[in-house]
Design a protein around this ligand. Structure first.
Ligand code: GDP
Ligand code: MG
Length: 163
């Protein structure tokens, strides 16, 4: 069975940046079937010799949270339906938002493993502000800088362990 990791989160948190980083030196999967990849992007990646597929669910992004009702709900549904593991990404720059609470509420209805990632932690000084995300009621999160790649190794170690 193939392992599929979906990256979910509000617009602008950094989903596509992480997606592109995971696909480095690999090609995105192009499916010419109409409608299949219009709103999402698939790619192949691997970590420590373990292959997996990544879905960037952010094809809907228009740069605002106002699209939540139709678009993010679809994004979450897609992830829950297709993925074997879910990366739920937020970012320390904008902090914890109402939309984040709502996405997390929807994601938790699934029984899929959810990895909570706080992106844009580009240096040690963002580690302390990131602690506000414990307010979601979570035990663990991963701090990441998708821009530099720092933190991605620890996240991937744990994701592939659970496959
Ligand atoms: P998406 O809408 O969730 O797919 O977000 P993008 O990947 O398009 O990123 C949105 C913006 O955040 C872009 O300007 C990125 O360059 C920036 N960005 C992404 N990851 C990081 C990061 O780790 N640190 C910083 N400082 N900026 C980031
Ligand atoms: Mg995007």
């Amino acid at each position: 069975m193939s392992n599929i990791v979906a990256i979910v989160g509000r617009p602008n948190v950094g989903k596509s940046t992480l997606f592109n980083r995971l696909l480095e030196k690999r090609e995105a999967i192009v499916d010419s079937t109409a409608g299949v990849t219009r709103d999402r992007h698939y790619g192949k990646s691997d970590w420590n010799g373990v292959d997996f597929t990544v879905i960037d669910t952010g094809g809907y992004d228009v740069g605002t949270d106002d699209i939540f009702e139709e678009e993010i709900r679809k994004q979450v549904q897609l992830a829950v339906d297709e993925a074997t593991s879910i990366i739920f990404m937020m970012n320390v720059e904008e902090g914890l938002t109402d939309t984040d609470y709502e996405i997390y509420r929807l994601l938790r209805r699934s029984n899929k493993p959810i990895y909570i990632v706080i992106n844009k932690v580009d240096s040690a000084k963002e580690e302390l502000p990131a602690t506000e995300f414990y307010q979601l009621g979570i035990d663990k999160y991963y701090t990441l800088s998708s821009a530099t790649g720092s933190g991605t190794g620890d996240l991937l170690d744990d994701i592939v362990k659970d496959f």
